[in-house]
Design a protein around this ligand. Structure first.
Ligand code: PDD
Length: 290
């Protein structure tokens, strides 16, 4: 096993030595935000989009960004270079910091706790490429600001547990009006008659960077990309369903609530998109090294 080095509050250290206060507001109140950023061949993927979302999340919860873009880049690039994996994903988290005594109201002068570490990013399993994943629909019980990448993820954790209990891989969350929001840790897309359809950006979903990349690729290759509400009843007649996230790219859903999605195999548009996504990764890497 590779010994992992993490970044905590200005220092790099072995994971085993990293310590934070039990009175950190992240621990006591889930008072913080995070990002997950893929790294391909040693290079951050779509850094500017992730950084912009981090700034939006911080502003959304009234935490000042403790570092500027260049300082973040320098920390993350050092972290990447300290690990041997070609493809990685970085987890970074900023909490509002330690406060004594515990109080719901944050003190004005708190120093945010900044943590980042990296993991090997594994390619999609062959079984997923050939058979896709299984999901169930589940009521979305989250808050009204899901556009903020908050570390308060209890409903998402419970959704994953409910998926496991039902013998499936993940969920498609549905709001009280019967409209799809997203997955437990991913955005959701439906393909119907050659069009990629996905719920519009709003306070009810996270503005996924993978979603944004898929939109860009679709536009470049003249695959219609439509943002509109999707009612759960439409899912039964979908040609394809996908979940999209930084660590999984686009995943084909081949079973929904115990029924096959279309013919129960990963669809043609997903296969095309997957190839285009790999090309996009190579192109963006080449551009940033020139
Ligand atoms: N999750 N929606 C939710 C609720 C998410 O948690 C995520 C990502 C996404 C997709 O966002 P992006 O394409 O930028 O990864 C959508 C990350 C991977 C996680 O929590 O681990």
């Amino acid at each position: 096993m590779t010994l992992q080095t993490v970044y905590l509050n200005g220092d790099f250290m072995p994971m085993e030595q990293a310590r934070i206060s039990p009175l950190d507001r992240g621990f006591l109140f889930a008072d913080g935000v995070y990002e997950v950023i893929p790294v391909y061949q040693g290079q951050l993927f779509e850094w500017e989009a992730h950084y912009q979302r981090l700034e939006n999340s911080l502003a959304g919860v009234f935490i000042n960004n403790p570092m500027d873009n260049q300082a973040w880049l320098s920390v993350l690039q050092q972290l990447i270079s300290l690990h041997p994996w070609q493809d990685q994903f970085i987890y970074l988290q900023i909490s509002r910091g330690q406060q004594i005594p515990r109080d719901h109201l944050p003190q004005a002068d708190l120093i945010p706790t900044v943590f980042a570490y990296t993991n090997p990013l594994k390619p999609l399993a062959d079984s997923i490429i050939s058979h896709g994943i299984k999901v169930i629909t589940l009521e979305d019980i989250r808050w009204q600001r899901c556009d903020i990448k908050s570390i308060a993820l209890l409903p998402n954790v419970m959704a994953k547990m409910q998926a496991q209990a039902a013998g499936v891989d993940d969920v498609i969350l549905v709001n009280q009006q019967g409209y799809v929001t997203e997955g437990s840790a991913s955005n959701m897309m439906m393909v119907k008659a050659g069009e990629i359809i996905t719920p519009p950006l709003s306070a009810h979903i996270l503005p996924g960077v993978t979603r944004q990349v898929i939109e860009k690729i679709a536009n470049r290759h003249h695959i219609p990309f439509i943002e509109r509400e999707i009612h759960q009843t439409e899912l039964d007649s979908a040609d394809e369903l996908w979940l999209a996230s930084s660590t999984k790219e686009a995943l084909p859903i081949c079973q929904l609530n115990g029924q096959p999605v279309a013919d129960g195999q990963p669809g043609a548009i997903w296969k095309q998109l997957r190839q285009l996504y790999q090309n996009y990764k190579i192109q963006t890497r080449t551009r940033s090294t020139i």
